[in-house]
Design a protein around this ligand. Sequence first.
Ligand code: TYD
Length: 206
Amino acid sequence: MSHLITFEGIDGSGKSTQVTRVEKWLREEGYDVLLTREPGGSELGEAIRSILLDHKWSMMHGRTEFLLYSASRAQMVEEIVKPHLKKPNGIVLIDRYDDSSTAYQGGGRKLGIDAVETVNHFATDNLTPDLTFVLDVDWETSRARLSSSRTDPDRLENNPRDFFERTRQAYHDLCTRYPDRMRLIDATESPDEVYNKIVLHLNKLL
Ligand code: TYD
């Protein structure tokens, strides 16, 4: 049986570290694992990613931003995700998926949760993850991690604090709305503790 598992959280939540560890573990367990990321994943998606993160487009409207993320996602779903899920034992791990749009564009940019979810369903052709981890950190922790790991913030990371507070709140609301699929994980703990919690949930699913 194949599975789609996604990782979410505000910038600096540590999800990329965790998804890489999970990928390694699942490969060792014998699964056919594909790890991809959003925005990007496909060649066309990576081209869209470079537009989205470029400071040159500081005037980009929230709806334009949302539709570009959705365009990148639609391509990734068709070109990469669906074919892999047809494989026996296939697992697709995605570093961000449509909940990122719901939280960042719906919550952070205030485009509205329901409007964003309607377009998400269209862009993904209704392909919903089996399990979604939301790695939860407060804004201070997020900033501290970003400033110690990187020197050059991208266009999205330059947003003010209240943008990230709204985005984080939207993730919390989504976890309440979809308790069967979504797991809110306290990601202020050590990477090992966070990883162990993720593995516990994955063992239940697999
Ligand atoms: P990403 O490369 O995952 O950043 P990080 O590794 O720092 O988490 O994502 C790039 C940015 O794009 C990030 O700030 C979140 C944002 N984003 C959205 O606003 N909406 C979306 O739908 C997606 C997929 C990402």
